[in-house]
Design a protein around this ligand. Structure first.
Ligand SMILES: NC(=O)c1ccc[n+]([C@@H]2O[C@H](COP(=O)([O-])OP(=O)(O)OC[C@H]3O[C@@H](n4cnc5c(N)ncnc54)[C@H](OP(=O)(O)O)[C@@H]3O)[C@@H](O)[C@H]2O)c1
Length: 332
């Protein structure tokens, strides 16, 4: 049987383009014991996938040229040789950018669509929700009355960080790239202040104005000059959660910035990077808490859904232009 797939056609230099991808037909193998046949319904596109397009050693292996791209997804089981799944089950796990696949059953989990829509398992109840939860709770350690600044605030991770910080009684300041995003975070997500980094001339001064008591937690999704401006306002004993550095993902050379170490040293600041897989053994704890907050109406989700399997590359590239508000997802 034949199906369609999207492969990495070439490795990008700088910002990727549609030419770096190619759609083609492929044959499906025969299903073996403990395997399932799945049809992709929702595919997650995520900034870290840009790193996998490079041929560079990292915490996750590079995509291979002429092989399908792979990422998180929600799929329907269309045939099963596994005792754990039956035809019709909705599952989440790692999917190739392929309309149908044969996959090992052990990499997949059933999802509960009574709790939340299927697409939430790629966002607020999936990788990005868990990233927000563990990054903020475990590294940020928020306390009531503290000031939390979030870059990339209107994205999948940032939006959840802001809501959890509010649950903990913090003052929340977001940084995002459009007036619509600023308005939504203030009006729908109760952020105390939001800075549009594209129109604000001096971000350092704007942070100082909105954080009169300084910044206790900086949840960094973007890095670069935005982070320089936030860190200039950092408090004694602050925590900097290094979650992402999207402003640098397409750089061909690492830019040189200010030397931050003296500031971190004299203010006894903790700056810690993490990747979400560090917390794998605690995922069920995170899912339980996120699920409870969703059920209680304390956590909401915004998604940007792009329609059509062939739009996967466009959706991925859109992340680097701010085309998404909340979680970027492709629905087939
Ligand atoms: N550590 C981990 O395990 C982990 C897990 C998940 C995600 N992450 C990281 O967390 C960050 C957010 O991920 P996400 O899934 O929530 O993505 P996202 O925020 O939903 O999407 C990316 C957003 O980044 C902003 N952006 C793009 N280029 C930018 C630039 N040059 N400068 C400033 N902002 C820029 C855009 O919003 P604007 O319109 O505001 O520019 C865009 O919408 C990423 O850096 C990602 O790699 C890390």
């Amino acid at each position: 049987m034949k199906t369609k797939q999207i492969v990495l056609a070439s490795r990008p230099k700088g910002l990727p383009t549609l030419e770096n991808f190619r759609m083609e037909e492929t044959d499906l193998d025969t299903m073996q014991d403990d395997q399932i046949t799945i049809e992709g319904l929702f595919y997650s596109v995520d900034p870290y996938m840009r790193g996998r397009m490079n041929d560079a050693k990292s915490y996750v292996s590079p995509f291979k040229i002429d092989k399908p791209i792979e990422g998180g997804g929600v799929a329907k089981v269309t045939a099963s040789k596994s005792a754990n799944f039956k035809t019709g089950d909705l599952v989440t796990g790692r999917l190739y950018w392929q309309q149908e696949s044969i996959a090992n059953a052990k990499g997949f989990h059933k999802i509960d669509t009574n709790l939340a829509p299927a697409s939430y398992y790629l966002g607020i109840l999936g990788m990005t929700g868990l990233t927000a939860y563990f990054g903020l709770i475990d590294i940020g350690k928020p306390r009531e009355g503290e000031t939390v600044v979030i870059s990339g605030a209107a994205g999948a991770v940032g939006m959840v960080v802001g809501q959890i910080a509010k649950i903990y009684g913090c003052r929340v300041i977001g940084i995002a790239g459009s007036e619509d995003k600023v308005k939504m975070l203030k009006e729908e997500y109760d952020f105390d202040e939001v800075i549009n980094y594209k129109t604000t001339k001096n971000i350092k001064d704007a942070i100082a104005q909105y954080c009169p008591k300084g910044v206790d937690i900086y949840f960094d999704n973007v890095g670069g000059e935005i982070s320089d401006a936030v860190i200039a306002n950092i408090n004694f004993h602050a925590r900097i959660v290094l979650c992402g550095q999207i402003s640098l993902y397409n750089s061909t050379e690492l830019p040189i910035g200010p030397r931050l170490q003296p500031m971190l040293l004299t203010r006894s600041v903790l700056m810690q990077g993490f990747i979400i897989s560090n917390y794998e053994s605690r995922f069920s704890e995170g899912m339980k808490q996120l699920g409870a907050w969703v059920k209680e109406g304390k956590l909401k989700s915004t998604e940007t859904i792009v329609h059509g399997f062939d739009k996967l590359p466009t959706a991925l590239l859109g992340l680097f232009k701010g085309a998404n508000t909340g979680k970027m997802i492709v629905e087939v």
